[in-house]
Design a protein around this ligand. Structure first.
Ligand code: CA
Length: 241
């Protein structure tokens, strides 16, 4: 999932309203992003099987299935970055979308420049998370406690040998934590460079998802600790191999 520049990113747009789809693609094209448009959930899932996308922009109200189902199936197949772009403005939808592993959530009507900024921020996050330099590539297995994480395969192995499924967003978060253990990381650092508003809970949702997979007792976390008013801290010795 290495993204070098705008033009090389593979972006799929799932949107059943062709006017909105055109607006999305034109907005992105103005900034050098190329995208491919599909209008049903089924088409997107089939398309994503043939070519792994870097990012999918997903509408929720679709003719053939619910967009949430599409997000879930995308993450079960080949996890990729997901941005939900929808008319649905409910907190429940927003939280559910992020719970399912979406990276961001924008409500229509949207401001094209904001869309482009969010897309950039998501791609940059993955670019940073991807093993870019040879040095990093040489050491791609992180061990902490009895756990093992392969940053190339996004594979997390539990102490008892079970393989734990991570969404792309969760793997990206875990990678950031493993790169800087035992340090307080702010929400901004964990999310990327974009300024986040104080009500943005997406990182907290992602942290609690990751805790449920990593911690014996997610309510009394030993690995991902909350530092009130500051952010989070990954409390473990991490060794890279
Ligand atoms: Ca729609």
């Amino acid at each position: 999932m290495t993204v070098i520049d705008a033009a090389s990113a593979t972006i799929f747009v799932l949107e059943d309203d062709s006017d909105i789809a055109r607006l999305i693609c034109n907005s992105l094209a103005e900034y050098g992003f190329r995208c491919e448009h599909v209008s049903t959930g089924r088409q997107l899932l089939e398309r994503a099987q043939r070519t792994a996308p870097d990012l999918c922009i997903v509408d929720l109200g679709l003719p053939d299935m619910d967009g949430m189902q599409v997000v879930r199936q995308l993450q079960d197949g080949s996890p990729c970055a997901v941005l939900i772009l929808t008319g649905r403005n409910g907190v429940t939808d927003r939280v559910l979308g992020l719970e399912l592993g979406a990276d961001d959530y924008i409500v229509k009507p949207f401001e094209p420049r904001e869309l482009v900024a969010r897309v950039r921020s998501i791609l940059r996050r993955y670019q940073r998370a991807a093993p870019a330099e040879a040095a990093a590539e040489a050491r791609h297995i992180a061990r902490f406690g009895e756990w093992r994480f392969d940053r190339e395969r996004h594979a997390l192995t539990a102490p008892d040998g079970r393989e734990i499924n991570l969404s792309a967003a969760e793997a990206g978060l875990l990678m950031t934590l493993l790169e800087r253990p035992n340090r307080i990381l702010s929400r901004e650092q964990l999310l990327g460079e974009r300024d986040i508003d104080p009500f943005d809970r997406s990182i907290d949702v992602r942290v609690s998802r990751l805790r449920r997979k990593l911690e014996d007792d997610p309510h009394d976390p030993h690995l991902i600790k909350t530092v009130y008013g500051a952010g989070y801290l990954f409390s473990a010795q991490v060794s890279w191999q």
